[in-house]
Ligand binder design. Structure first.
Ligand SMILES: [Zn+2]
Length: 232
């Protein structure tokens, strides 16, 4: 209903049948701001969430009974896993979608505690990101899997770190609100440096369309959120 009030015209246009990789809903997806058909009307998943969903589905993984550390959880996953007593939904403060306070640079769990770790769009806010990645590696079980993504500038070979004396306002102007650096194509190398074996979730153009996995709007020309699969 809210989507109808916000943008009634989307319901008059023809649309493709989409399939949500998280809840299995099939049918019309809803527009989110400038992003056509970005949201699943059933579970509210967005493009990036459905890439994670695709990975879980393909791998036949059910995280419902595993030890999972999920940073600043995406709502559809939080709803799926919140009743799992071994699910730690960590954030800087407790909220509707966070059941624990967790500092990624000082994770208060034993070595090898978690089977899975999910960390989407967190590290760009963390001044000591290398330390954060090492902490994630430490708390993951040998054989465990971690998913990472950040806003990644494909045009940039190397990550840009602001000089130490740069004023905060200038950093924010360059990196965007609350971000402390601009990641480049070397992001997976940073994960490897923390100890992980790194690969990437890939999908066909057809899968991209069927599940709407890439953002289609002018602000994100490539529209692709790259998610890295890290094993220990
Ligand atoms: Zn859904």
């Amino acid at each position: 209903m809210r989507a109808f009030i916000r943008k009634p015209r989307q319901f008059l246009q023809s649309y493709a049948d989409r399939l949500c990789t998280i809840c299995g809903h099939e049918g019309r997806f809803l527009d989110v701001g400038p992003r056509p058909e970005a949201r699943c009307p059933n579970c509210s998943s967005k493009e990036r969430d459905r890439i994670t969903g695709l990975f879980l589905r393909r791998s036949g993984l059910d995280l419902g009974d595993k030890a999972v550390l999920h940073f600043s959880p995406e709502r559809p996953f939080f709803r799926l896993w919140r009743n799992n007593p071994r699910y730690v939904a960590g954030d800087v403060k407790i909220s509707k979608v966070a059941n624990a306070v967790v500092d990624i640079t000082d994770i208060r769990f034993d070595d090898g505690h978690f089977d899975y770790l999910i960390c989407h769009h967190i590290l760009e806010h963390v001044p000591e990101d290398a330390r954060g990645m090492r902490e994630c590696f430490r708390v993951l079980k040998p054989g465990g899997t971690a998913l990472f993504s950040v806003p990644l500038d494909q045009e940039r070979a190397e990550t840009w770190e602001p000089p130490a004396d740069m004023p905060a306002a200038e950093i924010e102007r360059i990196c965007g609100w609350d971000h402390v650096r601009l990641y480049g194509r070397d992001f997976p190398d940073k994960l490897a440096a923390a100890g992980f074996t790194v690969s990437e979730i890939t999908f066909t153009a057809e899968e991209g369309e069927r599940h709407r996995l890439t953002e289609k709007h002018s602000l994100a020309p490539q529209g692709l959120d790259r998610i890295f699969v890290c094993t220990k």
